[in-house]
Design a protein around this ligand. Structure first.
Ligand code: UD1
Length: 423
């Protein structure tokens, strides 16, 4: 197993090109199950999670081929299986989203209940209720969901009891080929939902309202193959922006849709960094003489502050000259990075969904453990700012969602290297 070793205290300076969005890419990959024609995805990140999804699609009968230039070629001419096994689905929760497309195409599907990051209970009740509303018969047996829709799925009006990104995407994937109209109320509004709808529409789907709470889908009988470019990763961009603010220096992020991080920029500026945006890039600067200031923050569904940047934001305010209160509203157990940051000298008290972060003058390097994908990124940011050496173990979490993080930060002057724990 690899670990990441960081010698902290060096300001960052340089340019980072942001990759395609992991959270979008894995759902776009599942789209290939809805057509017998080839689908090409460009601006594809190469990550553990996209590889997991590729393995699952291959087991279902799709041809999956990485091509030069961040391209991925997918072709599910026929499906050879309608089962997604526990072994494949436990590694990543989003693989569960193949259930709807398999069911839509084949009239039946058997998919294991998911695993994924240990950040709370994360049930799939909303997904299953939506599929039932579309006419699927659903049974749970031995950890599997067994779904059937012998006469195909039928459009329905579905009101989500609360906002779920995964359930909104999954329902979209299931209902594009359903008979008649589907209306989704209280849908998630994340840029990844728009990306999915844009791709499906380019293939011939009839979806309107993606990005708003009400989405309308007119079912179509078939979708055609296309080439589609994955939206830039707003969470990766936000992570590097926060790392630059935390460690100090000057970093230009390229291939960024800055409007997708509207909730982040004012808070970074409030913390003391300068944010300058142009068409496709964002420059983050904080001089060594500029102190970090405390900032309160709470996570919300989009367009609110993303839960996927909460841990990285916390690393920044650990070094502020005052007290910040951070509230996590999306997941009930997403403070696992706190004890690790405390090992580096941070002063954090967690009570339920709130963390009180009392800023300290300096963090010190320590051996720490990555606990989940985004938490790991907060340890990297803290390590860059800390005095001394930080060793982060279990970096496979990072590899799930950050393409070449050591190389990208190394190009900005960070003293960061990946070493094999056995070697
Ligand atoms: C997606 C993102 C994840 C992000 C999250 C919230 C992917 C691969 N992952 O996760 O990075 O942190 O959105 O922005 O895109 N819930 C239920 N029942 C359900 C579905 C969800 O109770 O059927 C709960 C979850 O436990 C959670 C909340 O709803 O507390 C929001 O989850 P959801 O928006 O569905 O997140 P994911 O799609 O899993």
């Amino acid at each position: 197993m690899d670990k990441i070793v960081i010698e902290g205290g060096v300001p960052l300076s340089g340019e980072i090109t942001v990759s395609g969005a992991k959270n979008s890419a894995i759902k776009l990959m599942a789209v290939c199950l809805l057509t017998d024609e080839p689908l090409e995805l460009t601006n594809m990140p190469r990550l553990r999670d996209t590889r997991f999804m590729g393995q699952l699609l291959a087991c279902l009968g799709a041809k999956v081929e990485e091509a030069p230039g961040a391209r991925l070629l997918l072709h599910a001419k026929t499906l050879t299986s309608t089962t997604a096994s526990y072994d494949l689905v436990r590694k990543m929760r989003a693989t569960f989203n193949v259930l709807g497309p398999i069911l839509a195409r084949e009239g039946k599907a058997k998919v294991s209940l998911p695993g994924g990051c240990a950040i709370g209970a994360r049930p799939v009740d909303l997904h299953l209720d939506a599929l039932k509303a579309l006419g699927a018969q659903i049974e749970l047996s031995d950890g599997y969901v067994i779904a059937e829709a012998k006469n195909g799925l039928k459009g329905a009006e579905i009101t989500f009891p609360f906002i779920s990104v995964g359930a909104t995407e999954h329902t979209l994937l299931a209902c594009v080929l359903a008979k008649g109209e589907t209306v989704l109320n209280n849908a998630a509004r994340e840029p990844e939902i728009i990306d999915l709808a844009d791709c499906l529409n380019a293939m011939g789907a009839k979806i309107s309202g993606a990005g708003r709470s009400e989405i309308r889908i007119q079912g179509v009988s078939r979708l055609k193959g296309i080439s589609y470019s994955v939206v830039p990763d707003r969470i990766e961009a936000g992570t590097y922006a926060l790392a630059a603010a935390t460690a100090g220096g000057s970093v230009r992020l390229v291939n960024v849709r800055s409007e997708h991080l509207g909730s982040l920029w004012p808070l970074i500026a409030k913390a003391g960094a300068t944010v300058t945006m142009d068409d496709n890039s964002v420059l983050i600067e904080r001089g060594q003489g500029t102190p970090l200031r405390p900032v309160d923050m709470e996570t919300q569904a989009y367009p609110g502050f993303p839960t996927d940047l909460q841990a990285q934001f916390m690393a920044m305010v650990c070094l502020a000259d005052g007290v910040s209160i951070i509230r996590e509203n999306i997941f009930e157990n997403r403070f696992m990075h706190c004890p690790e940051l405390v090992r580096m000298g941070a002063n954090i008290t967690v009570t339920g969904r709130e963390a009180i972060v009392r800023g300290v003058e300096r963090l010190t390097g320590a051996p720490v453990m990555a606990t989940d994908l985004r938490a790991s990124a907060s340890l990297v940011a803290a390590g860059l700012a800390a005095d001394g050496i930080t060793e982060i173990s279990r970096v496979y979490h990072l590899d799930r969602g950050f393409e070449n993080i050591d190389v990208k930060l190394g190009n900005c002057g960070a003293r960061i290297k990946r070493v094999s724990e056995t070697g």
